[in-house]
Design a protein around this ligand. Sequence first.
Ligand code: M6R
Length: 608
Amino acid sequence: MCGIVGYVGPREAAGILVEGLRRLEYRGYDSAGIAVVNGNGLEIRKAAGKLSSLEQQLANAMPHGTIGIGHTRWATHGAPTTPNAHPHTDQNERIAVIHNGIIENAGSIRKMLEQRGHSFHSDTDTEVLVHLVGEFYQGSLEEAVATALREVDGAYGLAFISEDEPDVIVAARKGSPLLVGVGEGEYFIASDASPLLEHTRSVVYLDDGEMAILTRDGYRIRNLETDRIEKPVNQIEWDLAAVERGGYAHFMLKEIFEQPESLWNTLRGHLLEDEGTSRVTGLNLSDEQIKQLDRIVITACGTSWHSALIGEYMLEELARIPVEVEYASEFRYRNPVVDERTLVIGISQSGETADTLAAIREAKLRGARTIGLVNVVGSTIAREVDGGIYLHAGPEVGVASTKAFTSQVAALALVALRFARLRNLSILQGRDLIKHLQELPAHIQTILDKAPEIEALAERFVRAPNALFLGRGVNFPAALEGALKLKEISYIHAEGYPAAEMKHGPIALIDEMMPVVFLAPNDAVYQKVLSNMEEVRARGGKVIAIVNECDAEVERLANACMAIPVTHELLSPILTVIPLQLFAYYVAVRRGCNVDQPRNLAKSVTVE
Ligand code: M6R
């Protein structure tokens, strides 16, 4: 979703802002802009489309000044046009704002302001907000913003500058992440850490309801009631190299290939081989509390929801605790049955997904204990849950989630192992699972080494209008994930189903144009999946089989076969998904799609 960057210090701001916006591109956007205060006043440049359009404008007229704000916008209120791009200014064009989120009562405020003579140049809620701030301005930007924010409903991450106060950025957060970057004699505001990393690793995370006042001499955090709040300065562990492409054609490909390492980073330090269990102290759950759990609800969106489904199989099979998986967007508005003996697990790569955050807050409200499996350190979900596990997969920049997914499944395995050992898993079964977990990075590497085979396979299916992904048991969610990967980056319509469901409808779609990808590791339902393959084959469908062994029977049934290493049945989605990620990637590249920033998609969905 939208991205925010702001700078105040001794250096020229415009270049820093544009570079920051480039680092925020991965979040998804459809227009971009910057505002800088120079010696004469505010200078604003903005353009619809990609950052290159803004850069063309800047090439002719770069604004000069050492304080400024920049924004990438993902349209919500109003089309993705230049007038709707941020920054927006107040009625007198002396205050500029950038905004992530939605002001819900913008309509009524706009009417009120129009009656007072205001005229607007965009369709945005953001312009309404900055007009309101202008209306309240009496010599202090900080106070005008605080007063205006008392009047608005909705979600925001905001940064304001004013030509009347050329040394101050006023930022505010409610529901949309913001952090202050603390440099040497310079200060930054950003919606995530990526634009800050080349300048500083010291950051202060804002919480909802807080404001940050940045000047050339320092920064101060406050809220609408209190003038100053003391907050810790955190150190970001990721370095710049980790968010750069490092020689790969796309971030997605880099992140797929990082999985042997990222998966190990998730597991590292958590496996207790002798005891056949895992050490996950961050959950903040005592053995007694775990034993007393009645049930578990896992809530998430998109790819994270698919890993949640795999977690359901693991936790029920190993720990024998009833598990339900809920779309966070549904959970938050239902009347869910949860209490203090329910554990609610929120899964999120970004830790900022609005629906997942709201679902967790709802669960907490009802007395449930909450834990988060989150990748981004310091993100809102990570800070609001009662406990959790950081995935340590490293920054995931490609909009299509890949390494976060495999790390989420690994983290769920750690949770399931700990819970299961406290309930009914033997030490030998625990050790066996650990052995298989330890083997996974090498197994993933074996599959990655076959990337050229998958590329050749993708070449054959590049013109398919539809695709089906079928799996059974724990590989049904992996099939869903394979379909999501393909559709979101290649725009081919793809569906995932439990293989046996095919007969209840989707089989009608099968013809010689339809690739059907079967996930069929040698597990308890292997023979049954082979029967499903037979059914597709009989109707002319093109079978792609992901199996443990391309034996004679599979060779007979499949048009293409790929063998992957054998692992524990419950861990098999970590391996079956790798060829699917590569398949989606190569198909999308071959179709000329923007793999890292697919149309209409955002990396972090911070609006509901
Ligand atoms: O950051 P989160 O894991 O909470 O994000 C959830 C979904 O928005 C995300 O997984 C989305 O489905 C991706 N585009 C999948 O590749």
